[in-house]
Design a protein around this ligand. Structure first.
Ligand SMILES: Nc1ncnc2c1ncn2[C@@H]1O[C@H](COP(=O)(O)OP(=O)(O)O)[C@@H](O)[C@H]1O
Ligand SMILES: [Mg+2]
Length: 467
């Protein structure tokens, strides 16, 4: 049965420009997206196979397919009949399976067979196996053997190599370890200038404190030890410094003058923290050659892991989106094909995607007469092609690389180019009014000010007055 849409929902599904619909659960986002499909057909803006409809899970894709098919069947117009006959050509799928389609058609670009396997579990096993073999083959490497001595073989295998492989090494994108090294060194050098200045500042504060006779007598030994701090610092004897600070204990038994001791303790705590950081920075700088050769070893590991994945034709989801973007960038004929094929692109639950997936959609929405080298900017997009739907508060796939800040940034980016104001859906059609008030209250408290960008801004929902 067709729904009676409210005016906001109608504005949303009939919009004539790129848009982002951000609204809470139950506000009718998926219904609006489905209705837009039918509206596009009925207004002859597109045919079934010219609309790319994407969701995040297979279940949602299957549901969406069913919903649109039945609505179309129920519509009963002659035009709907024609579209119904061609409905098997509709592309309503998960983004992953769409990426996989792109990658399969461009396997030759990446030296992969067309029948590659997509399996996260096998990838994890492959990462463990490749790490193990790689470590065995490089045991003689001085940097590696040092690391193994400190951390142990298994931790280097699981917590370093395997973890880096699964989370950071993807086909189609070369991780630049040397660039990472350079950036880290810059930061360390800055810190190595900043921290001693901070230290001096704390010492100066300490010297301005009054040392009334009794307090001084109580802590005579400790204060004498504090005096040796500076020479240790100057001579970069960080380990001794840490030991000294660790063992320092000031007595509070200073009678009515104990305030001074409390202040001293506070400064000593800060000195201790600064010394801790200094030790870390000092150690990292002193051992930079180990780090550098370890990182260059990781470059060979990356090449090895890459080879193994290709040899076994085994990919994970990140490889897939990475390769799909690379394919569209490299193979312009392919990009052109998809750009022409799809007049409209709609995507549900976009909060569960990340930058890479946004880039993929931007490539497909690039203006028809452009065929640029890089990822298009918002102003390079067709004006009425993208329809994003999502809910900032509902991102549940962070473990799979979802990055809700991308969705949050999208509204502003597209709105700046848009002819029409953004539409908000503020009525909740699912929950009971009491529950809505309850959730509004908690979200206002928890999310009132979004401290972290992955936290969503609070957007109040109106309860629908259902009779
Ligand atoms: N205008 C409306 N009138 C009545 N029910 C609606 C309306 N819009 C949506 N609904 C219903 O509300 C529920 C949630 O809609 P849905 O589109 O799944 O929301 P969302 O995707 O935002 O979570 C569904 O059962 C849907 O049929
Ligand atoms: Mg939905």
């Amino acid at each position: 049965m067709a729904l009676i849409f409210d005016s906001d929902q109608e504005k949303a599904y009939t919009i004539n420009c790129n848009s982002v619909i951000t609204a809470g659960a139950g506000s009718g986002k998926t219904s609006v997206l489905t209705e837009r499909f039918l509206w596009l057909l009925h207004h002859r803006k597109a045919q079934v196979d010219e609309i790319l409809t994407l969701t995040f899970t297979r279940r949602a894709a299957a549901e969406m397919y069913e919903r649109i098919y039945h609505r179309l069947k129920g519509a009963g117009e002659s035009h709907s009949g024609r579209e119904l006959e061609r409905f098997d050509r509709a592309q309503i799928s998960t983004l992953d399976s769409f990426c996989s389609q792109i990658v399969r058609s461009s396997c030759h670009l990446f030296g992969l067979p067309e029948n590659f396997d997509l399996n996260e579990e096998s990838i994890k096993k492959l990462a463990e196996e490749t790490s193990f073999n790689f470590l065995l083959a490089h045991l003689e490497d001085p940097a590696l053997s040092e690391l193994i001595t400190i951390m142990g073989f298994e931790r280097v295998q699981h917590n370093i190599l395997s973890d880096i492989a699964v989370n950071h090494l993807h086909l189609g994108a070369n991780f630049d370890f040397m660039d990472m090294y350079a950036r880290q060194q810059d930061l360390l050098i800055k810190k190595s200038i900043q921290l001693p200045a901070q230290w001096e500042n704390l010492k100066a504060q300490l010297s301005t404190l009054e040392h009334p006779g009794k307090v001084l007598a109580e802590n005579k030994e400790e204060l004498k030890r504090l005096d040796s701090l500076k020479s240790l610092l100057i001579e970069e004897r960080y380990n001794e410094l840490a030991q000294l600070l660790g063992g320092l204990s000031l007595s509070k038994r200073g009678g009515d003058k104990s305030e001074v001791i409390l202040q001293m303790k506070d400064i000593v705590d800060q000195l201790r923290e600064t010394a801790g950081l200094l030790i870390e920075v000092g150690t990292l700088l002193a051992n930079r050659h180990i780090l550098k050769s370890f990182l260059s070893l990781l470059e060979s590991f990356q090449a090895e892991y890459d080879r193994e994945k290709r040899k076994r034709a085994l990919l994970d989801f990140s490889d897939l989106s990475q390769l799909a973007v690379a394919a569209l960038l490299k193979n312009k004929a392919l990009r052109n094909y998809y750009k022409k094929k799809f007049r409209y692109i709609m995507i549900d639950e976009f909060q569960d995607n990340n930058q890479l997936q946004k880039e993929l959609l931007y490539l497909l929405a690039e203006k028809e007469d452009l065929l640029g080298e890089g990822i298009p900017q918002a102003q390079d997009l067709e004006e009425d092609k993208l329809f994003f739907v999502g809910d900032e508060k509902q991102s549940i796939y962070r473990f799979r690389g979802a990055d809700v800040s991308v969705f949050k940034g999208l509204s502003g980016e597209l709105a700046a180019q848009s002819r029409e104001p953004a539409v908000a859906l503020n009525t909740n059609y699912r929950s009971e009014p009491g529950l809505i008030a309850f959730f509004n209250r908690i979200f206002r408290n928890i999310m009132g000010d979004a401290v972290f960008d992955f936290e969503a801004d609070f957007q109040e929902l109106r309860a629908c007055n259902r009779k």
